[in-house]
Design a protein around this ligand. Sequence first.
Ligand code: ADP
Ligand code: MG
Length: 346
Amino acid sequence: MFDSKNPQRTPISDLGEFGLIDHLVKNAKTKLSNTALAVGDDAALIDQGDHYTAISTDLLVEGVHFDLSYVPLKHLGYKSVVVNLSDIYAMNGMAEHITVGIAVSNRFPVEALEEIYEGIHLACERYNVDLVGGDTTASQSGLMISITATGRVEKGAEAKRSGAGDNDLIVVSGDVGGAYMGLQILEREKQVFLENPEMQPELGGHEYILERQLKPEARKDIVELLKGLDVQPTSMIDISDGLSSEILHLSKASGTQFNIYENKIPIDPSIYTLCEEFNMNTTTVALNGGEDYELLFTIKIGDHDKIKANPNLTVIGYVKGGSGANLITRDEKVIELKAQGFKHHG
Ligand code: ADP
Ligand code: MG
């Protein structure tokens, strides 16, 4: 407990983001019989009898999660909704409602907020979600947007982080690393601009990765696809912090070992050229980049035939007894995957 007369000050960095959450909620026991799943997954699950309601909150803070010198406000509104919906889809459910909390300093005119809301409305339209409430307040230090999303998960369809079993296959949707490289381009052009405000940013040719960073999409389509293919993921998580970190979450929650192949990780071809330009390692970018909002999940090996022809899905490895996670490199070396700590830009 924090006692102001006898202050004991533990730096948050001693615990890290995930350690801090564990520390704060470790004694929080749930009381209600309908609390089916509490802290520790992409969304909580509330038992509604014939189905679950999934609930998830995300907070975006100026200077930590976004930089308004290059993030258009409309995109910001859109992205804040999408990152929340992504957590509902990660439970294998359909997002339905959101509430929006916004803290804003008086340096923002009404028009700026209108732009943010244009993006919020567009996302609601595109994902078939209703905005049903929120809160608005003044802020002394920049803009903050906190969104809570709820959704519907059918009983038996719920995909927790904890369900992966031996011999399951590890699957990822889309490709990874793009959002991080988009951020590198934006940061680079920002520096060029700061040094010489006459220079126009050179963003041409980087449309794909810029869109991955500025206007990501949540994989509602994958949840629908899996349902259509009659594939029930045994575990699932969305890729917000990076493939490596999410793999470790699944491995830890499931109590099994995850093994992925370096040469199977889906990466857009443009990333290879860019990584050379930035002198970065493509695999490191793909593993630790983050913000891709793809779905990472496991399936029973018997379901492989149902998904193997699908260009949106890539099998990247397998689960086996044990713990932790390994990367099997192109030259067949086995490297242990490590967790990342706080991983936000800004
Ligand atoms: P995600 O990346 O999917 O949004 P997080 O890593 O932010 O998930 O959070 C991990 C888990 O911890 C989630 O179940 C979330 O609800 C919970 N959590 C995060 N912050 C808090 C908090 N301040 N109090 C209670 N639970 C929290
Ligand atoms: Mg998540």
